[in-house]
Design a protein around this ligand. Structure first.
Ligand code: CTP
Length: 398
């Protein structure tokens, strides 16, 4: 998504500028051409030479540079931009852009670009400054104009205050850039329900039965669907992952809680993807107090949890339902049986005994099975790419 694209990156003088350096490096690594434009205040914090070395391109700072060709930089940059991002964006630059002031190179580029390509503004400042009504009004102007605002996060700020004003993390900025660049909004108007992660079945106040699912595959699917224009609800078991950008997340713990959440939300969904590793069994009894050890063995009695996907198959006939088959043996045969029994449209089979695929890994190697079609075997790929390939199949079914 990023490869071969041109990004004009405006850099202003905020202490979070180091993240702009990291962002430039990550973008260049993914094959993006990054054209950095710095304000004079920014050049007092990090030198243009630093950005030039990382972006492997000249950095523009002056509105009237001495240069051999005739074309003004701000026009040339505006003409080739697939996306314009300002990272970090100070209160000053936000105000100037909101009101069309063009008194240096960056603000002039901003006026030249206008809304001809997606624009991302990533504010970073002291919490009191960010909360100031004038800053909020200026951001509202930009939002109304169609600019995307990377809402700053809450946390400890460089000025020593705790508050909302911290520049978003580089991975989240990259997600948003990828999302804005995805002009292919092929799921626009479609509602997705995605589940992810494990469930936890409590035994007593401190113990539970669970599994090794990290939630990465489900989160990648939720993000990919949102990037392609869908409204996405993510029902998530306990994971350590950040919510994907643009997705509404509902947290659950047990299979029964996930069942209730899915039944509620599935009523409105055009597509349901069950990537969660739902525990098939739960302890019959929840002990109110911590189970004490004794000399002998203990026996746990488990009872069946509902099969969430199967219960949807019976209730909703008009939606596309996708399941995962976590297998360690007789892979295709087991997956095909689940495709039939659960009355679903696609099943994604993965071998969960491998280290580089399935649970916890960042990559996955899956086979996509549908009714009356040959299986599609994908190579080992990063999970976000697997997600898009699965969504391509969903699109065909829709
Ligand atoms: N699933 C579900 N509810 C359950 C168990 C599984 O909705 N109680 C869903 C999973 O989210 C997945 C699919 O069903 O999309 C298959 O899950 P998997 O664990 O591979 O299979 P099971 O049906 O649990 O069968 P088994 O454990 O015997 O392989």
């Amino acid at each position: 998504m990023l490869s071969g694209r041109h990004i004009v990156l405006g850099v202003t003088g905020g202490v979070a500028i180091h993240k702009a350096v990291d962002l430039t490096s990550k973008l260049v690594q993914s094959g993006t051409s990054v054209h950095v434009v710095m304000t004079h205040h920014a050049t007092r914090m990090v030198t243009p030479f630093h950005f030039q070395t990382i972006s492997r391109r000249p950095v523009v700072t002056d509105l009237f540079p001495e240069k051999p060709d005739w074309q003004p930089d701000h026009i040339a940059l505006a003409d080739q931009a697939d996306l314009f991002a300002i990272v970090p964006a100070t209160a000053n630059i936000i105000a100037k852009i909101a009101h069309g002031i063009a008194d240096d190179m960056l603000t002039t580029v901003a006026v030249a670009i206008g809304t001809r390509c997606p624009v991302l503004i990533a504010p970073a400042m002291n919490g009191h400054m960010y909360a100031n009504a004038v800053v909020q009004e200026n951001l509202s102007i930009l939002r109304r104009r169609g600019f995307a605002v990377a809402e700053p996060e809450k946390g400890m700020l460089a000025c020593g205050y705790e508050g909302t004003g911290r520049l978003q993390s580089v991975p989240r900025l990259l997600e948003q850039i990828a999302m804005l660049l995805t002009r292919q909004q092929d799921f626009k108007g479609k509602r997705f329900l995605v589940t992810a992660g494990p469930t936890r079945e409590p035994l007593d106040p401190v113990r539970f039965i669970s599994n090794r699912s990290s939630g990465k595959m489900g989160y990648a699917l939720a993000l990919a669907a949102a990037q392609r224009g869908a409204d996405v609800i993510l029902v998530s078991g306990p994971t350590s992952l950040e919510s994907p950008y643009g997705v509404v997340r509902l947290d659950v713990q047990t299979a029964q809680e996930m069942h209730r959440a899915v039944l509620d939300e599935a009523k409105h969904a055009d597509v349901v993807i069950m990537a969660a590793a739902v525990a098939d069994y739960r302890p019959v009894e929840f002990q109110q107090h911590k189970i004490k050890k004794t000399e002998g063995n203990i026996t746990l009695t488990l009872e069946r949890n509902p099969d969430i996907l199967q219960s949807l198959g019976q209730a909703h006939s008009n939606q596309i339902r996708v399941g995962f088959a976590a297998e360690t043996e007789n892979h295709l045969e087991n997956a095909r049986r689940k495709l039939e029994n659960k009355q679903i449209h696609l099943i994604i089979m993965n071998d969960v005994s491998r280290k580089d695929a399935g649970f916890e890994a960042d990559t996955n190697e899956v086979t996509i099975l549908a009714h009356h079609r040959d299986p599609i075997q994908l190579p080992l790929l990063p999970k976000h790419q697997v997600a898009h390939r699965i969504l391509d199949q969903v699109l065909e079914l829709l």
